[in-house]
Design a protein around this ligand. Structure first.
Ligand SMILES: [Zn+2]
Length: 125
């Protein structure tokens, strides 16, 4: 189990990351608006749409990450942070330090990745 002190540390790391990400997201939205109002030519539009797509995909990834950070912060709040969602065992502190938003212990994560690999292999056929 993580001590209160450690939990505070993780909370700080996660909160800082969340601040960074939400700041960056605002910038991204501003850029999208800026580009949106600037292009009238249809060819430019096509180029811009393509660019916007990349931005949106980046944003989508960031949104997922933001949600994961919020989930982790909620777990700290309700005392379930650092507990594997699958086997309910404690996740090692080393693993949490490397990836504070992780919700699975290394064993369950490895099993999950293997399942995904298998699934991908079958969907390719
Ligand atoms: Zn586990």
């Amino acid at each position: 189990m993580l001590s209160e002190n450690k939990k505070e540390q993780f909370k700080m790391v996660l909160t800082r990351r969340l601040d960074e990400l939400s700041g960056k997201n605002n910038l991204l939205i501003e850029n999208i608006h800026k580009v949106e109002s600037g292009y009238a030519d249809p060819f430019d539009w096509a180029a811009f749409n393509c660019q916007r797509d990349i931005h949106l995909r980046m944003r989508e990834r960031e949104c997922i990450l933001i949600n994961e950070i919020i989930d982790a912060l909620e777990k700290i709040q309700d005392g379930t942070y650092g507990i594997c969602e699958e086997c309910q065992e404690a996740i090692s502190e080393k693993r949490l330090r490397a990836s504070p938003i992780t919700t699975l212990c290394i064993d369950c994560k490895t099993r999950q990745e293997e399942r995904e690999k298998k699934r991908k292999r079958y969907s390719l056929i």
